[in-house]
Design a protein around this ligand. Structure first.
Ligand code: UD1
Ligand code: UDP
Length: 366
């Protein structure tokens, strides 16, 4: 018998858990519980993904909501500790680098419950990012570390993590993409927004370095003002960005740009259809850098660094930052037909969840 608790909380966790639950269900004698911390709670940031990705509703909802880093992490720890002590699982599985990941990892370490980290070893080497702190601590506390790339393996070894805990299994987000790509073809999003394939760009923005301060958000707005004279831009607005556009009085700027369409955050299938049919994507998302590499869609990353260098060395990603001139220049290159091509990294093949389940079920990890 094996009891597993999976902990999710924020949008990028949902496409990672979706393939994992069915992969474990194939084994006899496994009991799985899905815990949702409630870090993301709007329907369009949470419930929509359970429907789109056929994820069973969470068994336990902690309902922590938003707050400062310490408040959010602390609330998750307090609520999750009770669940952990009651359920006494053999393994807790966490994914990615959000506060829910870190909080669950800390509780497991103190309660001495084995922890598996899916998407381990990513490093931006930029500790001003909350996610980098979450990654380093979670990896340090994990008993099984599942990685997406050789660079991630090397990062972990360099930090002194024993090789027998590191498993290069590929990219679990791509499992969802492979599984749902056909279904996404039926999304009405292009029709709804009156878009023809490859005639528009997509932008997503939610990093504090881009949206929490006036200067970078104004800079990116200025870049869009210029670019939209040459291409239509669809911008699904993350709630963090929406609040800051409001606070900094930038909404009016967007209403003046007739070729930029702001929409609410999209569901998984709509976003997959939208990004795969776009000419290029501008983003500060981690997951979107990977999905565009798989889809062979050019990606301009509006950050100074990436924890996913394989998307640059092998894929379609380019690190651009948030300087408006550079954003416009790099976009124009794509508009002029000079676009970056790439290859799909090793083991980004739709079988990652099966590999993870096989390794944990093998029972040999201490
Ligand atoms: C979080 C993750 C980030 C991840 C991103 C994915 C951390 C530290 N950050 O950032 O790594 O890339 O999710 O989307 O874990 N809000 C809503 N509705 C919601 C959720 C949030 O309105 O359903 C608003 C709240 O005002 C909240 C703000 O967004 O304060 C930020 O939410 P939070 O979860 O703290 O961080 P994200 O910026 O979403
Ligand atoms: N995504 C989505 N709708 C959107 C924007 C993004 O479904 O409007 C998906 C995207 O396809 C990817 C995931 O959300 O699968 C990435 O999550 P996010 O950008 O929130 O977080 P990050 O990856 O940066 O941590």
């Amino acid at each position: 018998m094996m009891r597993i608790l999976h902990v999710v909380g924020a949008r990028p966790n949902f496409m990672k858990i979706a393939p994992l639950l069915p992969a474990f269900s194939k084994y006899r004698g496994v009991t799985q519980y899905l815990i949702h911390t409630g870090q993301h709670y709007d329907d369009e940031m949470s419930k929509r993904f359970f429907l789109d990705l056929d994820i069973k509703p969470p068994d336990i909802f902690l309902g922590v909501g938003s707050g400062s880093h310490a408040e959010q992490t602390g609330k998750i720890m307090i609520a999750f500790e009770k669940v952990l002590c009651r359920e006494k699982p053999d393994w807790v599985v966490v994914m990615g680098d959000v506060n829910s990941t870190l909080a669950a990892a800390l509780v497991c370490a103190k309660e001495r419950v084995r922890l598996a980290h899916v998407e381990a070893g990513l490093r931006s080497f930029d500790r001003t990012m909350a996610e980098e702190v979450n990654r380093i601590v979670t990896d340090r506390l994990s008993n099984a570390l599942f990685t997406t790339s050789e660079e991630a393996n090397e990062n972990l070894k360099r930090e002194g993590i024993s090789e027998d805990k590191i498993f290069f299994v590929g990219n679990i987000m791509i499992d969802s993409l492979v599984r749902f790509r056909q279904k996404a073809e039926n999304s009405p999003i292009l029709k709804d927004l009156q878009l023809a394939p490859k005639t528009y760009a997509v932008m997503t923005l939610h990093r504090p370095t881009n949206v929490d301060e006036a200067t970078p958000l104004r800079n990116i707005t200025q870049a869009l003002r210029e670019l939209q004279q040459e291409i239509r831009i669809i911008f699904p607005v993350h709630p963090r960005c929406a609040k800051n556009l409001e606070r900094l009085n930038l909404k009016g700027e967007f209403s003046k740009m007739k070729n930029v369409t702001l929409v609410n955050p999209l569901g998984y299938l709509d976003f997959l259809k939208l990004s795969s049919a776009s000419l290029f994507v501008m983003t500060d998302s981690g997951g979107v850098q990977e999905e565009t590499t798989f889809l062979d869609v050019p990606c301009l990353t509006l950050r100074e660094n990436t924890e996913r260098p394989v998307t640059v060395t092998q894929g379609t990603n380019e690190i651009v930052g948030n300087d408006p001139e550079r954003i416009v220049r790099m976009s124009r290159q794509i508009l002029q037909g000079r676009r970056k091509t790439g290859r799909v990294p090793d083991l980004w093949d739709g079988q990652t969840a099966e590999r993870i389940a096989a390794i944990l079920m093998n029972g040999s990890i201490k």
